[in-house]
Design a protein around this ligand. Structure first.
Ligand code: ADP
Length: 583
């Protein structure tokens, strides 16, 4: 798996590459965009200037056209001809009046009546009367029968365009009429435009302009002058040569200039927009790279933790299976130990039982000896009665013998059954035969000790869960202990009561002996607790009885006896009679 450091190093390289690519892209984009914007602005400027140029050229031509026709028309008028025809008479006043009238009607700047030799007959305002040189040029054309035309500028900065036409009588030139066109309204219109507009004449002198400082200056001069604050022909402004129009009527050039600063601004805007877009693009690229890196790192982390988890699971599984093996080994060992323990316990039970038998053996042998002696006596008597021929008595004796043998056989069967090794099964057992057997075994000993055995059975028949031999061992042990406790006591009595208690069956073995002292009550069920003399008891009887009853799912408890002695109550689980039938 690729390490996190390698991923980071790779992405560092990717970031550097991306940054370089974005920078290059940004530079190219800024350059292209700035140029595009500049060209677009330039196009707009040119369009606007071209529009201005067309409009102004038309306006100028219109004005000049209007005045161009005025002198030829006036020259044919009789009243005008009369002004020059009336030789000798002073018509100057009339001429001035006429000039004022024409000027007033046409809106011309000046109207002048001139003699062919250049003298002035009259003018409307007297503006150009002094300028003989200008008149000379005009009259030269007039003499040739053409429309004289001349741009006139005075020192007083007065400028005008003059149209002149000859006044003839009988084809003889007798005078001339000159109309001077005023350009002030044109310039006033131009002054509304932000673009510098100007007209240069044949000599390259600025004749009309909306920039007063440029007026009557040579064009070359203007382009060289960088100091004037209102100077637009140098520095930030260019003269677009294609935005120049020739006015053929006057042989003038009309120029419209554009301010170049908007081009720079447009280029800046274009550059900034491209720069911002590039920045955005760069940011997006950076974010994408960053996210991809985070994603790869996260995937790597997830994979690493998955592997870690897998390894952990593997280790845990291994540890678990090892523990499992050791546990099952331990279980096997325990099972073995348990089996051994059970075996030992069974042997101990058997040993205890045999010990009890041993304890009872003297009384039991007496129980056998007594009928044996009686049988002897009865058989001797039977012999004698047989010799005497008293067959009736023989039969009676034989019946008695038979009864005694039955009794001995029953006791012997009980002894045999009791001494057999018990099984381990727990099954439904009828309680009455168990108690009968136990009583049969302990009775000889009780009788010998002078202890009365009494039973009280309430209800029944009872069936309990357990094993017959083991149960009878419990009761034998309890009754034997009671008989032991009552040894040497007058009116010693052991009472065995049987009854139902709840779901179970309770058997109480109660005596009227000395009872068990308070301080020993907690210890009587402990193994090897005994108060008996050495050889009389080893102290495991109650402990074995308790463990047998516990195996059967019951309890054995020490209670307070009504007569002051000891009372052991054995509570056993009841079994169904139907279960017995099944057994
Ligand atoms: P052992 O009979 O060998 O002493 P047990 O476990 O049967 O062992 O009894 C333990 C002790 O409990 C006896 O030594 C005796 O002191 C006391 N004990 C048992 N039953 C009685 C009883 N009915 N009356 C008085 N003491 C008893």
């Amino acid at each position: 798996m690729v390490s996190g450091a390698t991923i980071r190093r790779n992405f560092r390289r990717t970031r550097v590459t991306t940054a370089c690519a974005v920078c290059l892209f940004a530079l190219a984009a800024i350059f292209i965009s700035a140029e595009w914007w500049r060209q677009r602005a330039e196009q707009q400027l040119e369009n606007k200037a071209a529009e201005t140029l067309a409009v102004q050229a038309e306006a100028l031509s219109g004005i000049l056209d209007k005045y161009r026709l005025l002198p030829p028309l006036l020259s044919r008028e009789k009243s005008v001809v009369a002004l020059f025809d009336d030789m000798g008479a002073d018509t100057s006043d009339a001429a001035r009046q006429k000039a004022i009238e024409i000027a007033g009607m046409s809106g011309a700047k000046e109207v002048a009546f001139l003699y062919p030799d250049g003298r002035v007959l009259a003018t409307a305002g007297g503006l150009f009367s002094e300028n003989a040189e200008e008149h000379r040029k005009l009259l030269e054309a007039v003499r040739q029968g053409r429309l004289g035309r001349q741009a006139i500028s005075l020192d007083s900065e007065q400028r005008a365009y003059a149209f002149a036409f000859g006044v003839r009588k009988d084809s003889k030139l007798i005078g001339a009429i000159a109309v001077y066109v005023d350009f002030d309204p044109v310039e006033a219109t131009w002054s509304l435009s932000t673009n510098p507009i100007f007209v240069t004449d044949q000599t390259g002198t600025v004749f009309l302009t909306n920039r007063p400082l440029w007026r009557l200056r040579p064009l070359s001069d203007l382009m060289a002058d960088a100091a004037a604050p209102d100077h637009y022909l140098v520095g930030g402004n260019v003269l677009h040569s294609d935005l120049t129009r020739h006015l053929p009527l006057l042989d003038w050039q009309l120029h419209v200039l554009s301010d170049e600063r908007p081009l720079v601004t447009a280029a800046w805007i274009g550059g900034i927009i491209a720069g911002l877009v590039s920045l955005l693009f760069g940011a997006v690229a950076f974010i994408v790279v960053q996210r991809r890196e985070a994603q790869l790192l996260r995937m790597r982390r997830d994979r690493a933790s998955a592997l870690r988890l897998e390894r952990l699971v593997r280790e845990r599984t291994k540890a678990l299976s090892e523990t499992n093996i050791s546990l099952s080994r331990e279980i096997d060992e325990r099972r073995l130990t348990e089996e051994q323990l059970r075996k030992t316990q069974a042997e101990l039970v058997q040993a205890t039982k045999l010990a009890a038998l041993g304890q009872m053996s003297a009384a039991l042998s007496h129980e056998f000896n007594q009928p044996l002696a009686a049988i002897r006596t009865y058989s001797d008597n039977a012999h004698r009665f047989l010799e005497r021929g008293k067959t009736d008595n023989v039969s009676d004796n034989l019946t008695r013998i038979s009864g005694l043998v039955d009794r001995m056989a029953r006791l012997s069967r009980s002894l045999l059954s009791f001494s057999r090794k018990p099984g381990t099964a727990i099954k439904p057992v009828p309680l009455a035969p168990v108690l009968d057997e136990a009583l049969m075994l302990v009775r000889p000993r009780a009788k010998k000790a002078g202890v009365a055995l009494e039973t009280e059975i309430h209800g029944g028949p009872y069936y309990v869960l357990g094993g017959q031999i083991r149960l009878s061992q419990v009761f034998v042990n309890l009754i034997n202990n009671a008989v032991d406790a009552l040894a040497g006591q007058e009116n010693g009595k052991v009472l065995i009561t049987v009854g139902a208690q709840g779901d179970g069956v309770i058997v109480r073995v109660e005596d009227n002996g000395p009872g068990i002292p308070e301080d020993q009550r907690g210890s009587v069920f402990e193994p090897f607790f005994t108060t008996k003399d050495v050889g009389a008891g080893i102290g495991i009887g109650l402990s074995i009885a308790s463990s047998i009853v516990r195996d059967f799912g019951g309890t054995i408890e020490l209670e307070e006896a009504a007569g002051g002695g000891a009372c052991f109550s054995v509570c056993l689980r009841a079994a169904d009679a139907s279960d017995i039938a099944a057994e």
